[in-house]
Design a protein around this ligand. Structure first.
Ligand code: AMP
Length: 224
């Protein structure tokens, strides 16, 4: 299984990828988390991409490919979260995979209306310890089980309203050809993600061919 998770900023890509990856034992590759980890650690790469991240602009394809490629373990099962963002990136991904006789198995597009995204971004917090994303009201950071994620839980630099709006404009432009690309390959599943996270996770698992699961208040567990 080689999967990609698409959607606007704040759609819940990270949360849904983490949940699906945990249930299915897939490897979760988040380009945003890789970018932030490099910036946090002050690496050369981090210094190169810092400005793009702060301004909410996409990191140039060559740089992002350098970060993604080492994670595309041919024998592995993985979900790419936040990649590809452009048709160009999708084509480069296809080319890399086809060199080893592979292809993307399924692309999942999480749809959320723009009007709902503003609020999600406002309450979004990011854990510098784990890279996990939280929503202060609907999915707050763990308090009783701090060993799971000690934080700190911070607002992302690119969550400022003007930066977010710029990201959203870019998203709407890029998603049209990207969506068409996966539609034409016949591997696109579009999911309404303007619902409770558990309902969305259930649909994601369903789109991946897993139908035997239990939905609880804050988790979706595969049976057996
Ligand atoms: P995210 O956490 O996915 O919202 O990504 C945060 C930032 O990392 C983006 O605003 C970009 O600057 C950079 N980034 C993440 N993924 C990509 C990508 N596929 N292509 C270009 N830049 C990316």
């Amino acid at each position: 299984m080689k999967l990609v998770m698409l959607g606007p900023p704040g759609a819940g890509k990270s949360t849904q990828t983490r949940r699906a990856a945990r249930e299915l034992s897939y490897f979760h590759v988040s380009t945003g988390n890789i970018v932030r980890a490099h910036i946090q650690s002050g690496t050369d790469f981090g210094r190169e991409v810092e400005g793009y991240n702060r301004r909410g602009e996409l990191v140039p394809d060559d740089l992002i490919m350098k970060m993604v490629s080492p994670n595309l373990e041919p024998a592995g099962r993985w979900i790419l979260d936040g990649f590809p963002r452009t048709l160009q990136q999708a084509r480069r991904l296809d080319d890399e995979l086809s060199e080893v006789g592979l292809h993307v198995t399924r692309a999942i597009l999480l749809e959320v209306p723009d009007s709902a995204l503003d609020e999600r971004i406002k309450y979004r917090r990011y854990s510098e310890a784990t890279g996990w994303t939280y929503h202060l009201e609907h999915a707050p950071p763990p308090q009783a089980e701090q060993h799971l994620d000690p934080g700190p839980f911070v607002k992302r630099e690119d969550d400022a309203p003007e930066v977010f709006r710029r990201q959203l404009v870019a998203y709407h432009k890029e998603i049209i050809p990207l969506r068409k690309h996966y539609e034409e390959l016949g591997i696109l599943s579009v999911i309404d993600a303007d619902r409770h996270a558990e309902e969305v996770t259930a649909d994601v698992l369903h789109a991946l061919g897993f139908n035997d699961y239990d939905i609880t208040e804050n988790a979706v567990r595969l049976r057996g």
